[in-house]
Design a binder for this molecule. Structure first.
Ligand SMILES: [Zn+2]
Length: 342
């Protein structure tokens, strides 16, 4: 998650906001989503945080964001991601991009996005994405954003054997922390190629959840219309007007969890909230493409945000598993994947 900007402002009608939790009993979670593995998520976050070691990066001092330590972690993380997904049959592609002049402090530094694609069977021109940024600040980056990367990896694993009508592309974005540079580059390519693009779900910090009172702050609160929960144990769904059906699909999937995943919906309306523009779906919005951010709300909940204390021990893996299951189910249904009996 990018550094906070100005205080958020919500301006328009907020009808339709809802705090999730199905009142009906959840149907049997008879999909590949049920095979999302908490142990694999833990292993991924463990590996990614070791690669993204703050110690390596901090050694570089003034150029720490772009120093050799960070480049080392860039290459190693990409190798890890590729090593996880290539054996499952995914087509792996890397798109490189130049950094804006103000960031060219080191010769040879380039952005590198990685994509793992499974081509659709009957509607391959229709494309859905699930993505997360893999770069980190000079921290271990457990929640920000190894949690998101682990989530994308795990959805790709469990859906790998399931044919889908539409094409699914798993995205690993670089340099989000410098201003969503990787996702901006990729959204521009989608637009230029005039792809039949149906939307992206972005995992942006999805592993921190606590049950204590007053553990959740909010950038937006409108008396009588919207009062976000004050306990930080839900996932937030942030979509703009164009991405309403995508956010709604995630929320339906959240309701089907066992137990249902608590969520707070800012579906359709997040485009009016300044803090919602701080992650990788924002360049998609700017390009007129649908995108939804799935987040634990970052600094509004997690005191370790952008600190050395953003470590694996602080994450709630029960919560992370629930979020990843909901996304797997959502993507499976949107892509027309075959259901599998469990
Ligand atoms: Zn961040």
């Amino acid at each position: 998650m990018n550094t906070p900007g100005l205080r958020a402002i919500a301006t328009l009608g907020l009808a339709g906001l809802a705090t999730g939790c199905a009142s009906t009993p959840p149907p049997v979670f008879a999909t590949r989503a049920a095979s999302v593995s908490q142990a694999r998520l833990q292993a991924d976050v463990g590996t990614l945080t070791r690669i993204g070691s703050a110690i390596d990066v901090l050694r570089e001092g003034a150029t720490r964001r772009l120093g050799p330590g960070n480049l080392h972690s860039q290459a190693d993380k990409l190798a890890y991601i590729r090593g996880q997904l290539e054996p499952l049959g995914y087509v792996i592609e890397v798109e490189t991009f130049e950094l804006p002049a103000r960031f060219r402090v080191m010769p040879g530094v380039r952005g590198m996005n990685l994509f793992a694609t499974k081509r659709g069977t009957t509607q391959p021109d229709r494309v859905l994405e699930l993505g997360a940024h893999y770069d980190t600040m000079a921290t271990p980056g457990a929640d920000d954003n190894s949690s998101g990367v682990a989530g994308v990896l795990e959805v790709a694993r469990v859906l790998a054997p399931v044919p889908s009508a539409k094409t699914i592309r798993y995205c690993f974005f670089d340099f989000e922390e410098l201003g969503m540079l990787g996702s901006a580059d990729h959204a521009g390519r989608i637009k230029a190629a005039k792809e039949n693009f149906e939307g992206i779900l972005v995992f942006e910090m999805i592993g921190y959840a606590v049950d204590g009172a007053n553990t959740q702050k909010t950038p937006v609160s409108v008396p009588l219309l919207m009062s976000p929960p004050t306990t930080g144990n839900f996932i937030a769904v942030l979509g703009n007007m164009k991405s309403g059906s995508l956010g709604a699909a995630f929320e339906r999937a959240a309701d089907q969890g066992s137990p249902p995943l608590r969520y707070f919906s800012l579906n359709r309306l997040a485009g009016f909230i300044k803090d919602a523009a701080r992650s990788d779906q924002s360049p998609y919005w700017n390009a007129g493409l649908p995108g939804v951010m799935i987040t634990d709300t970052a600094n509004f909940r997690n005191p370790n945000y952008h600190h050395l204390s953003d470590t694996i021990e602080t994450l709630n893996f029960d919560f992370l598993t629930q979020v990843v299951r909901a996304a797997a189910l959502c993507l499976q249904e949107l892509a027309g994947a075959e259901r599998e009996a469990k």
